[in-house]
Design a protein around this ligand. Structure first.
Ligand code: SF4
Length: 379
């Protein structure tokens, strides 16, 4: 199993909280998309012929792709990779792009799953975030996507926003749950450096939600999702039974994936690499036949720690017997020692399976970093 990610680095406008790589300058669009096609040819052996169980168009805003552009990308994918018959093929889309015509066009393409950036059903949140869509477009596209026949649908919501009360969040979430989607994701708003939101907060124009607000709204999220039949299978992800996302799971299970496009990351089990986060530099490098990527060889420590970081975020947690097989008994012994310093009510260890409790899920990344094994501590 392997995944292919294509980064489409264009957006109509910059959302205030976003630190992904994108450009609102569309003039290089054709050159960037040509470069993506060229990079696929150069990277066709990266996955050693493993067939693709998932393809993911992320960004940026892939729903800006025209029919011709999407076809050109699919044609290159087919030329260089083998897509499994039942592969999950996701395209991230923004509500303002999803009119009936575009939805029908996407439905007739090879895309079989849409990930829709709803973020909120409240006009004041959309305005604060500088989203390009309006509330009614969010409502319309969810209804229309189902009507044209998409059964694999997921949507994103953001909680712990400035001025968002618990009642606002419950109302927002409740509205999404009424669409009865097979899958959705919910993220706490984080104030990332170098974003407009960061500046607003620094200038005192926006007061971010407190840790206590975030914690309460996360608990409300889990309770409501579970009561409506969703599994909380990863910290930010919820699925109806049998509807978990294939592509993201490959990241969490440390399966190989190839990322194409500016800023895209790749992983092959032994090394990680990431492309330059600059459209002009990306195009220029490929024009000279070079891959604009930085490669990092992963030590056993890196791989072990990465598995802790991603595995602890999942409902299944981490299989310590498998870790021992992969990394040796000394690593797992050291992990057991580190666990002694963790709060008892943050984790469970049953049948060699390490999982986080509800309290632990509030601190998943912090817990993982407390359990990391560093080379100079290892004996
Ligand atoms: S549409 Fe998505 S990628 Fe583009 S700026 Fe907004 S959040 Fe970032």
């Amino acid at each position: 199993m392997a995944g292919l990610y294509l980064h489409i680095p264009f957006c109509k406008q910059a959302c205030h909280y976003c630190d992904f790589h994108f450009s609102t300058q569309l003039k290089q669009r054709e050159a960037v998309l040509d470069a993506l096609v060229q990079e696929m040819a150069m990277q066709k052996h990266y996955l050693h012929g493993t067939s693709l169980s998932s393809v993911y168009f992320g960004g940026g805003t892939p729903s800006l792709l025209s029919e011709k552009e999407l076809e050109a990308l699919f044609s290159a994918i087919h030329q260089h990779f083998d897509i499994e018959k039942d592969a999950e093929i996701t395209l991230e889309a923004n509500p303002d792009d999803l009119d009936l015509y575009t939805l029908n066009r996407l439905y007739d393409s090879e895309v079989n799953r849409l990930s829709i950036g709803i973020q909120s059903f409240r006009a004041e949140d959309l305005s604060l975030m500088n989203r390009a869509h309006e509330v009614q477009q969010a409502r319309d596209c969810l209804r229309l996507a189902k009507e044209v026949g998409f059964t694999l649908l997921t949507a994103d919501l953001i909680y712990a926003m400035p001025n968002m009360t618990d009642a606002d969040w419950v109302q927002n979430l409740d509205e999404l749950l009424q669409y009865d989607l097979p899958h959705f994701s919910a993220y706490a708003l984080t104030v990332e450096a170098k974003t407009a939101l960061h500046k607003f907060v620094k200038d005192g124009k926006v007061l971010p939600a407190s840790d206590a607000d975030q914690k309460r709204q996360f608990d409300l999220l889990i309770d409501m999702a579970i009561s409506r039949g969703y599994e909380h299978y990863e910290i930010s992800n919820f699925a109806k039974p049998g509807q978990r996302a294939v592509h993201n799971a490959s990241y969490w299970k440390a399966e190989p994936y190839l990322g194409i496009g500016p800023s895209a990351h790749s992983f092959n089990g032994h090394s990680r690499q990431w492309n330059v986060s600059n459209n002009a530099k990306y195009v220029q490098a490929l024009a000279q036949g070079a891959l604009p990527a930085t490669v990092e060889l992963l030590t056993s420590f890196d791989q072990f720690n990465e598995q802790l970081l991603t595995g602890l975020r999942t409902a299944e947690g981490i299989d310590l017997a498998r870790l021992e097989q992969q990394f040796g008994a000394a690593f797992v012994t050291q992990l057991h020692t580190a666990l002694l310093d963790l709060k008892d009510d943050w984790y469970q260890l049953r049948n060699n399976q390490l999982t986080l409790t509800r309290s632990g899920k509030h601190f998943a990344d912090l817990i993982a970093s407390d359990l990391f094994i560093l080379a100079d501590e290892h004996n």
